[in-house]
Design a binder for this molecule. Structure first.
Ligand SMILES: Cc1cc2nc3c(=O)[nH]c(=O)nc-3n(C[C@H](O)[C@H](O)[C@H](O)COP(=O)(O)OP(=O)(O)OC[C@H]3O[C@@H](n4cnc5c(N)ncnc54)[C@H](O)[C@@H]3O)c2cc1C
Length: 417
């Protein structure tokens, strides 16, 4: 009898836990072939290409892919690593290993969905199906109380209806045994000069460790936030976003960890803010899906910038180089350049400064974040930048961003406690 083999194409889902695609591939095949592509269109750090991505971002990605490979090795397999375009290599792999079907997680941003379409076309020519899974969000789109086309554009409405009428599913458990397609050469990770040890290290195991440490007794997450604090106090930051962005942690795993801690220690405002963050993340992804990636240009949804980049080139350069002369903005930009991470309040402040004080196009800032952030995620990045650019003028950004408050903080920075 012919053995049925499924190719599992990993992208921003670099984990074994809560991975429906993997669970189904194992259930529906005799063996699986896990593959990861370093696509030259996005991995400019590879040999022969000019580096545009921050070192921290590249390192976090490579660590995360390496961690997935190690996790698969621990259960007797490996991860096939290929430098090249998925649409060029997948049909060849299908033919070489006699693959019956290819599985992958659906993305929402144009660049990623275009790659999926190319792959779908290439596989279609050899009569192979590309099966799509959803696994990036807290709520599956099928479980939402409205079809994608009717999702409210105003975050507060989306949140209210979703929390009231939808449920967060349980996590899929990580497989302990997998039968792998035998491969002679599993490929090597791109060479990258490791930079000084970062506090945030990529990979599923590191992500789970970080998550567990957040909820250890005595940790900062249980600190009571005093309502009598004078001035502006930045919200608690879990720093979970890099693992969530690459799928090393599933949002459901984070959600259920919060719910577990809530049961044990009672509710607290940091827990609520974490859940609010996960909902914001879902919201921006669903907005991308609803508006087909064009939502940033739609009049009435988000206002496009009318600033001229050339005219503002100097200000942009100063902002990027942490040389604006504004101590707080420069401190945060320095941190972003050196670590690839700054917390939410810092992102809001540097974005407000760039757009509303330096009068530089918001898209320049969004492109810069795309290169530097270790948690870069298209929907979250572009959605948040568009909101700051709109400055609360439309009902959409009004519910998520208060321009006057942020301008005041920039003027009276000694208010930050
Ligand atoms: C200009 C700008 C650009 C941004 N770009 C990105 C990006 O590329 N990738 C990204 O993951 N987040 C982005 N954010 C959202 C947010 O700033 C980060 O998710 C957050 O700072 C990550 O830190 P944390 O893990 O400590 O967040 P926490 O406050 O601890 O929140 C928990 C999780 O919820 C999610 N989350 C929280 N707030 C938001 C939000 N406003 N939008 C979307 N998700 C949210 C994140 O996954 C985060 O890890 C951006 C925000 C701004 C203002």
């Amino acid at each position: 009898m012919k053995l049925r083999k499924i190719l599992v194409w990993f992208r921003n889902d670099l984990r074994l836990h809560d991975n429906e695609m993997l669970v189904e591939a194992i259930a529906k095949s005799d063996s699986i072939l896990p593959v990861y592509f370093f696509d030259p269109r996005y991995c400019e750090f590879m040999e022969g290409c000019e580096t545009v991505h921050g070192d921290s971002q590249v390192q976090f990605l490579i660590e995360s892919v390496a961690a997935l490979r190690n996790a698969l090795k621990k259960i007797g397999g490996n991860l096939l690593i290929i430098e090249g375009k998925p649409e060029d290599h997948l049909p060849l792999l299908v033919q070489k290993y006699d693959i019956a079907e290819v599985y992958h997680h659906r993305e929402v941003a144009t660049a990623e969905t275009t790659v999926s379409s190319h792959v779908e076309d290439a596989l279609w020519k050899i009569k192979i199906n590309l099966k799509h899974f959803v696994g990036h969000t807290l709520y599956n789109k099928e479980d939402l109380p409205f079809p994608i086309k009717d999702i409210p554009d105003v975050f507060a409405q989306f949140k209210k209806k979703t929390e009231r009428d939808a449920i967060v599913k349980a996590c899929f458990t990580a497989p302990e045994v997998i039968a792998f397609v035998p491969v002679e050469d599993w490929g090597t990770l791109p060479h990258f000069e490791t930079i000084a040890t970062e506090e945030l290290r990529g990979g599923e195991e590191e992500g789970i460790k970080h998550l567990q440490e957040l909820f250890e007794e005595g940790s900062e997450i249980y600190a009571k936030v005093s309502s009598r604090t004078q001035g502006y106090k930045p919200k608690y930051s879990s720093r979970l976003s890099p693992w969530l962005a690459l799928g090393c942690l599933s949002p459901r795993k984070v959600y259920w960890a919060i719910k577990g801690a809530e049961q044990e220690f009672g509710s607290n405002s940091n827990f609520s803010n974490l859940i609010l963050g996960l909902l914001s993340r879902d919201y921006f992804r669903f907005m991308f899906k609803k508006h087909n990636g064009n939502f940033l240009k739609e009049p009435g949804v988000f206002v496009e910038s009318s600033y001229n980049l050339e005219r503002e080139a100097l200000q942009f350069q100063r902002w990027k180089n942490a040389d604006t002369g504004h101590p707080l903005v420069d401190q945060y930009m320095y941190e972003l350049n050196h670590t690839g991470f700054i917390p939410h309040h810092a992102r809001l402040l540097v974005a407000t400064y760039l757009i509303h004080i330096s009068k530089v196009s918001w898209t320049s800032g969004a492109f810069y974040f795309e290169e530097k952030l270790i948690d870069y995620s298209p929907a979250s990045n572009w959605g948040n930048w568009a909101n700051v650019a709109d400055g609360g003028k439309s009902p959409v950004s009004k519910s998520t961003f208060d321009l006057d408050k942020h301008l005041k903080i920039l003027v009276n920075e000694d208010q930050i406690v």
